[in-house]
Design a protein around this ligand. Structure first.
Ligand code: SF4
Length: 165
């Protein structure tokens, strides 16, 4: 099944593993069974309870929470794949800009580590984002599943059993 929409999760998976992106987009989902994902959801639900949470826009971007002063937040539990998280947040900024929403700040929060990383969208990021979106569409529309990474990331991936058959 092919989606025209590109979600924040798809951007994240693009940087984590293209095979994961392909599997996810072909409706092969094992995320609910993965304990690490459950822990991540618990942290998400248990954090920042006073803010506006889970703002879904066009079923494409799902902002973890937003402050009224124009700051959006994405919550993660570890910094292991920070590049993917940063680009997910850059995509939110990029997406909102397409709708004329500019001059907002973005922060990547790690409640367990008590750390926050500021994320911005530079001009060169916008150019790279168009390439990323093209690449994602190419991957998800392909009949061929991308190769297995077979590295440390796989050990904690919900698709581990499927990929390692
Ligand atoms: S197990 Fe590894 S190769 Fe398979 S989807 Fe997960 S990260 Fe990608």
């Amino acid at each position: 099944m092919m989606h025209e929409k590109v979600t924040g999760v798809m951007i994240y998976y693009y940087f984590v593993c293209r095979r994961k992106l392909w599997l996810f987009n072909n409706d092969i989902s094992m995320e609910d069974e993965n304990e690490l994902v459950q822990i991540g959801k618990f942290i998400d639900n248990d954090s920042y309870s006073s803010e506006r949470k889970h703002i879904m826009i066009n079923e494409e971007i799902n902002i973890d929470f937003a402050e009224s002063r124009g700051v959006i937040h994405e919550i993660k539990k570890s910094r292991k794949i920070e590049d993917a998280s940063v680009w997910q947040l850059k995509y939110y900024l990029y997406y909102l800009k397409q709708y004329g929403v500019e001059n907002i700040e973005a922060k990547l929060d790690y409640p367990l580590l008590k750390k926050t990383v500021d994320v911005s969208l530079a001009e060169q990021d916008e150019k790279k984002m168009t390439e990323i979106l093209d690449n994602i569409k190419e991957i998800i529309q392909s009949e061929d599943i991308p190769e297995c990474l077979n590295n440390n990331i796989c050990k904690k991936c919900a698709y581990f059993d499927l990929c390692m058959i």
